[in-house]
Design a protein around this ligand. Structure first.
Ligand code: EPZ
Length: 417
């Protein structure tokens, strides 16, 4: 088990470059299965989740070459349609591979991805959509077998604008017969990135980024090159790191329009923000002000920054309120913040954070990716030493996290086996 030792209290200053988006890279890597050709991807972050996904593609029969920031995937000789259970269980988001394998081979076998620390995370919307497309879905003992002679486009209405379900339907229908329309589709920027990449391969997708997406099935897709969008959640994490340490940081390689709700909330909390073309200069105040946050599907406030904002607000002046509307169990990190001296009460969807003059160092534990990053944010504000265990969770979604923080003047070091 690896840990971070953080000596907090330094104001972060300088510049940081944001990596490619984890949540865009995963479905885009999956999309390379569809063309049976060579796909060249750029700006894919080297993190646990992308490495696992590439590992699965190799096991399915893809040839993968990685050199200096470019990933080349040749999916011509895929000879398996089963996603390995052990890797599937390590990372639920591999479920989008199912849509891609189905889209090309009309059959896929995978194990139920199961829940994780932030909630049950079912895939009922994915499976209902597959059935609507004429795909036979058999579920038993935690295994799922999907099969059909052909995929026939149709209208699909999502009960909830699920990101993964929207991605899976797109991946399963770009080679379908006829047209598919997804109503109540997710509108996240990562969906637009996936659609842009598939369009470069020859797919016909209209309306990505809106709540109604039309996919006109085509015969075949070809190889393409694509650069993945910047990671808006990593960007938000570094903006909060600057805010909580009264720092002055330039966050490079970002898309401002992806961060509008986050920028507004940081300004409400007292930060000074200058928006450049593809960067933000942020100056944190001496003391942050308490704010209210409600997580919503895009373009609302992103649930993935809920924990990170919660940590940042532990030392704000006043009482902050957070309402988590997307996941049913995304407050586990608060018990660890209380060990640092934070004053937080959680009641169902709501967390009430009473700002404290200061919080103290302690040993705390990550339980999930963003919860782990939240503990780092809190530790940066502590005038003292904090040890954070189980930081392997953080490596799932942040590339060179401690090196980037060190580059801004943070006193952070990685220890352990
Ligand atoms: C994606 O997860 C992201 N992961 C999550 O980021 C993000 O928090 C989430 O979208 C919401 O924005 C990736 O893109 C790899 P959902 P996903 O389907 O697709 C319920 C991170 O930290 N639901 O939009 O799993 C579900 O339980 C991760 O980077 C169903 O009920 O999210 C949840 O409560 C965490 N049935 C809500 O919808 C379904 O079939 C949102 O889930 C599917 C989802």
């Amino acid at each position: 088990m690896k840990s971070y030792i953080i000596q907090g209290g330094n104001a972060l200053n300088g510049e940081v470059n944001i990596s490619g988006s984890k949540n865009a890279s995963l479905p885009i890597i999956a999309s390379s299965i569809l063309n049976g050709d060579i796909t060249r991807l750029y700006n894919v972050p080297k993190i646990h989740d992308t490495q696992i996904t590439l590992e699965i593609l190799k096991i399915l029969g893809c040839k993968i070459r990685v050199n200096s920031g470019k990933i080349e995937i040749n999916s011509k000789n895929i000879n398996k349609i089963e996603i390995p259970e052990d890797l599937m269980r390590q990372m639920r988001s591999t479920v989008v591979l199912a849509g891609a394998i189905l889209g090309r081979f009309k059959e896929v076998k995978f194990s139920y991805p199961g829940g994780c620390e932030i909630g049950a995370r079912p895939i009922d919307l994915h499976l209902a959509a597959f059935r609507k497309l004429g795909i036979e879905v058999e579920e038993n003992c935690g295994f799922i077998h999907c099969k059909c002679d052909k995929i026939v486009g149709t209208n699909i209405n999502l009960d909830f604008p699920s990101v993964g379900a929207t991605e899976n339907i797109i991946l399963a229908t770009v080679l379908a017969e006829g047209t598919t329309v997804i109503n109540n589709a997710a509108m996240e920027p990562e969906i637009v990135d996936l659609a842009n990449c598939l369009t470069k391969m020859g797919a016909k997708i209209y309306g990505a980024g809106t709540n109604s997406i039309k996919i006109i099935g085509v015969e075949k897709l070809k190889g393409a090159g694509y650069k993945v969008m910047p990671d808006r959640i990593e960007a938000g994490t570094f903006l909060c790191a600057a805010a909580v340490t009264s720092g002055n940081v330039k966050v490079n390689n970002i898309v401002i329009s992806d961060l509008i709700p986050v920028i507004h909330k940081l300004e409400e909390a007292g930060c000074k923000i200058y928006e450049g073309k593809n960067y933000i200069q942020i100056r944190g105040p001496k003391k942050l002000k308490a704010i209210e946050i409600k997580t919503m599907p895009y373009p609302g406030f992103p649930t993935d920054l809920q924990q990170i904002f919660g940590a940042m607000l532990t030392t704000a002046k006043g009482t902050s309120v957070i309402i988590e509307n997307i996941f049913e169990n995304r407050y586990k990190y608060t018990s660890e913040l209380v060990r640092l001296g934070a004053k937080i009460t959680v009641e169902g969807k709501m967390a009430v954070i009473e700002g404290k003059r200061k919080i103290t160092g302690a040993t705390v534990k990550s339980y999930d990716l963003r919860g782990g990053a939240a503990l780092v944010i809190a530790a940066l504000a502590v005038k003292g030493k904090t040890k954070i265990d189980n930081i392997e969770y953080i490596f799932r979604g942040y590339e060179n996290f401690d090196q980037k923080l060190k580059g801004l003047g943070a006193n952070i070091k990685k220890v352990g086996d």
